[in-house]
Each structure stands twice: as structure tokens, then as C-alpha cells.
Design a protein around this ligand. Structure first.
Ligand code: HPA
Length: 286
């Protein structure tokens, strides 16, 4: 079992782990990933880390090569991913610094919901072989240029969420075990009216990357857990103008703690994947 870790704003490496290798994946059928993958170990477990925005944070949310990034994890034999993201709080009961493990996703993007691996006859030609165990469903759906409608009733891995909640709470963080994440296109922040609208729609959090990341993971039968850190109150809730300094400061003070604890989360994960993510393609291929 190899665990993937995606680092968001303020998280560019895996401090505290033994770095075993760096893998530069030059080319996938969907372009080049954001950065080199760092293979790291701790106590016999293996982790694969990717900096979502590139190692120098030079890739904005709308230019992240999401499909290449998630395909890289598949090539490196990852079947569970823990992604860390900075978010704004839409729910006024949340506080800056809270860790929230969302259970639901509202896709408010305009273009990113269309990003899929399975484009039917428009699927690119390419090498779709990958070493994941039992993952021939993915291979055949791509090779045969199938149309796929993936089920995302529960968009995040329920097992990963539960164990992450236990471990992070025991580790002394203030953790909220569920919430609805509204995904915006970015890169701009929201207007106050947009945040009011998101609240009416049931959102607790707002961010810019969970769509399409979570959906692409599901399309490749990888189980995806999102761990968010509230870096600011969203527009109109916060009395002051948002600054990127605010976002970076808070997320980097929580990041090391979460990264340390992901190792503990990994130790407690069962070997078998939940069916909703581990066998997500079953019955969905046209
Ligand atoms: N809006 C969107 N994305 C974000 C925010 C926000 O307020 N904070 C951190 N990521």
C-alpha cells in the first residue's frame, strides 16, 4: 500500500520523512504533472508526495494539470490519497486555524467539472498501462475510449475521513469531521454576494482545487480524502481584506502537524479499499 499526499498552498515537501527517491514524470497522455513526485518512507510505510501548485508555487488553480497529476499517482502505485488544502470559511461558526474534513462537494466551477479521463472517442491515444493492482478496469475504459459516468454520491473516502478525524483529533488539532466544500474556479477570491449565495446553498468552506481533483481520483479508482485548513473567513464574513500572507501563514503552521500525523493515519488504514472508491468503475462504463 502506497499513500499519496497532495500538498496545497504552503506545503511543498515532506519534512520528517526519509526521502527515498524523486520521480520526474515527463509525459502522460494529459501532459506533465505539477512537480516531481517525492517518494518517502517512515517505519516501513511508503508515501508519494506532490506539490499541487508546483515546488515554487508557480501554478495557479485554473492551470494545474489535474489529470496529469492524478495519473502520476496511479503510475506510482498509489491507491489512497490524502490531499491538504487551504480554504476560506463560509460557515461563520468556523474559525481560522480549524481543520475540516469535508464530506460533501458543491461544484461551482464553470469549466472544471468537464475535466475527465473518459472522453469517449475524444480520449487521447496513449500509453494507459499502469501497475496498480486490479486496475484493469481503468486501462480498458481508456484503451477502448469508453464513456464513463462515475458515481460521486459520497465524493470522499469515508474510511480515510474517519481515521483522519480520529488521528488528527488525538493529535491535538481542532478538527471538524464534516462539511460541504464549494469549489470555485478562481484564481480570484469571491465577492461578498457569492459567499452569501454559497452559504444559502449549504456550503461551509470555499476553495479552488477539490474540483476536479476529487472526481479524477474516483475515476482512477483511488480513494481520496481531503483535509482542509481554514486560513481565512471568506469574503464579507471577514471584516478585513484577505491577504495571501494570511493564507500562507496559517496553512504552514498547521501543515507540519498534519503531515506528521498522516503517517499515523496510514498505519491505521485497513488493507482493503472501500468499494465506492476502490471499485468505482464497476457498472459505470457505457
Ligand atoms: N476563497 C477561495 N479559496 C480559498 C480561500 C477563499 O477565501 N481561502 C483559501 N483558499
Amino acid at each position: 500500500m502506497r499513500i499519496g499526499i497532495i500538498g496545497g498552498s504552503g506545503i511543498y515537501n515532506l519534512d520528517g520523512y526519509d526521502i527515498l527517491d524523486r520521480r520526474h514524470i515527463l509525459k502522460t497522455p494529459w501532459g506533465e504533472p505539477s512537480a516531481d513526485y517525492i517518494i518517502a518512507g517512515k517505519d516501513g510505510l511508503e508515501f508519494v508526495f506532490l506539490a499541487r501548485h508546483g515546488k515554487n508555487h508557480d501554478i495557479p488553480p485554473h492551470r494545474i494539470p489535474y489529470r496529469a497529476n492524478m495519473w502520476g499517482f496511479r503510475l506510482l502505485e498509489v491507491d489512497r490519497i490524502f490531499a491538504i488544502s487551504a480554504v476560506g470559511a463560509v460557515n461563520p461558526d468556523l474559525e481560522v486555524g480549524d481543520v475540516v474534513i469535508p464530506d460533501q462537494l458543491l461544484d461551482m466551477t464553470r469549466t472544471r467539472g468537464q475535466i475527465t479521463y473518459y472522453e469517449g472517442k475524444f480520449t487521447p491515444d496513449g500509453e494507459f498501462e499502469h501497475p496498480g493492482k486490479g486496475k484493469d478496469r481503468v486501462y480498458h475504459a481508456l484503451k477502448e475510449k469508453k464513456v464513463v459516468h462515475i458515481d460521486v454520491t459520497e465524493p470522499f473516502d469515508p474510511q480515510g475521513r474517519e481515521i483522519a478525524f480520529q488521528v488528527l483529533s488525538e493529535g491535538g488539532l481542532k478538527v471538524v469531521p464534516k462539511g460541504t466544500y464549494a469549489a470555485m474556479e478562481g484564481p480570484r477570491l469571491e465577492t461578498a454576494a457569492e459567499i452569501r449565495a454559497l452559504r444559502i446553498l449549504g456550503a461551509d468552506l470555499v476553495g479552488m482545487t477539490a474540483v476536479p481533483e476529487a472526481f479524477l481520483a474516483r475515476e482512477l479508482e483511488m480513494c481520496y480524502t481531503l483535509i482542509t485548513v481554514v486560513t481565512n473567513m471568506a469574503a464579507g464574513i471577514s471584516p478585513t481584506k484577505l491577504t495571501t500572507e494570511e493564507v500562507l501563514q496559517v496553512s504552514s503552521s498547521r501543515k507540519q502537524r498534519i503531515i506528521d500525523l498522516i503517517y499515523e493515519i496510514a498505519k491505521r488504514l485497513p488493507e482493503d479499499l472501500p468499494l465506492e472508491c476502490g471499485e468505482a468503475l464497476k457498472g459505470t462504463v457505457m
